[in-house]
Design a protein around this ligand. Structure first.
Ligand SMILES: [Zn+2]
Length: 98
């Protein structure tokens, strides 16, 4: 059962300097008020309730984005690519051709 682990949420968190904020992805359904956690991209982050301005001003972490996309393409088997088979048109030459 890996369904719960695949869930993630985004939260703006300050980096260690406290000046720059980034919106990182974290494992789980939603932020439960914990003081710190490790982001999807592997950064230990101090967490605090973000203001609307934090959401607005924090750029989304590109590493988290990439990792989540990579995970999706790894396990995302909901959409099976239908392989077209163009060879079929090649087999109908029983008669009429010499
Ligand atoms: Zn990140």
């Amino acid at each position: 059962m890996e369904t719960t682990e695949r869930q993630h949420y985004w939260l703006p968190v300050p980096d260690r300097t406290g000046f720059k904020w980034h919106r990182h992805a974290f494992r789980g359904k939603y932020w439960d008020g914990r003081a710190s956690d490790t982001s999807v991209c592997g950064k230990p982050c101090a967490m605090a309730k973000p203001s609307e301005l934090d959401w607005f001003q924090s750029p989304t972490c590109p590493d988290c984005t990439e990792l989540l996309i990579a995970e999706q393409s790894d396990t995302g088997s909901t959409e099976q690519p239908r392989t077209a088979s163009p060879e079929q048109s090649d087999t109908g030459s029983a008669e009429g051709e010499q």
